[in-house]
Design a protein around this ligand. Structure first.
Ligand SMILES: *Cc1c(COP(=O)(O)O)cnc(C)c1O
Length: 217
């Protein structure tokens, strides 16, 4: 399955985050042995339990809601944090990255779904959010792009429109604030059920779990 997904990503030049949450290290190792290096987890405690049992050259991505008091555990090694949706969280990541003498790539999670969701920056507040972040000069953060989740619906038109919205927001931010920044380049969107639509709408990074590892309980 993963080989087929990688084939599908190629023409779009998109990368795969293999979402291994709830799956045992043995399952992750099998996918690692097929050449996959980027894995995504959504819980810090679970991530910490796995990290030491798996090869060091895995690039771990934190894809779920992150509590501020947990940032210190992952700051030494995390490859990317996809879920920055508050200034307080960004500030803490910057602080812990500084302690580890690192610069941590982060994505701004934006609320694109029509349905009610708890997390993500509102689309009408995104400019203000970015301006406040930039004013802080948090040198240990690298704003690497945006992340979003579409509604869990069957309507492909709706999903497509929501992903398109994220792409438009990315383009807007890029031209307004990050024209010169090559590091602002990622649009993290698309999961097992909707990654093909996300690719059509400009995804640079898909986060796929169940299609690779099998259904979760
Ligand atoms: C679980 C999860 C995924 C992967 O979901 P699948 O449907 O299993 O592919 C992607 N992104 C986030 C934020 C997740 O929590």
């Amino acid at each position: 399955m993963i080989a087929q997904i990688l084939q599908e990503l190629k023409p779009f030049n998109a990368r795969l985050v293999a979402v291994s949450k709830t799956k045992p290290v043995g399952d992750i190792r099998k996918i690692y042995d097929l050449g996959q290096r980027i894995f995504g987890e959504n819980r810090v405690q679970e991530l910490m339990a796995k990290v030491d049992l798996l090869p060091e050259d895995i690039e771990w991505h934190l894809i779920g809601h992150l509590q501020r008091n947990k940032v210190k555990y992952i700051a030494p090694f995390i490859g990317m944090i996809h879920s920055v949706d508050s200034l307080e969280l960004a500030k803490e990541i910057n602080k812990q990255a500084a302690r580890n003498d690192r610069r941590i790539p982060v994505l701004l999670q934006i609320r694109i779904a029509e349905e009610e969701t708890k997390f993500g920056i509102e689309t009408n507040k995104i400019d203000q959010f970015v301006e406040e972040m930039l004013a802080k000069n948090w040198h240990h953060l690298e704003i690497a792009g945006v992340m979003g989740m579409a509604s869990f619906v069957d309507d492909e038109k709706q999903i497509s429109a929501e992903f398109n919205r994220l792409k438009e927001i990315f383009d807007h931010l890029k031209s307004r604030y990050f024209e010169e920044e090559t590091s602002f380049r990622e649009i993290s969107m698309g999961m097992s059920g909707d990654y093909q639509i996300a690719l059509q709408q400009g995804s640079t990074m898909v986060r796929i779990g169940s299609l690779i590892f099998g259904a979760r309980n």
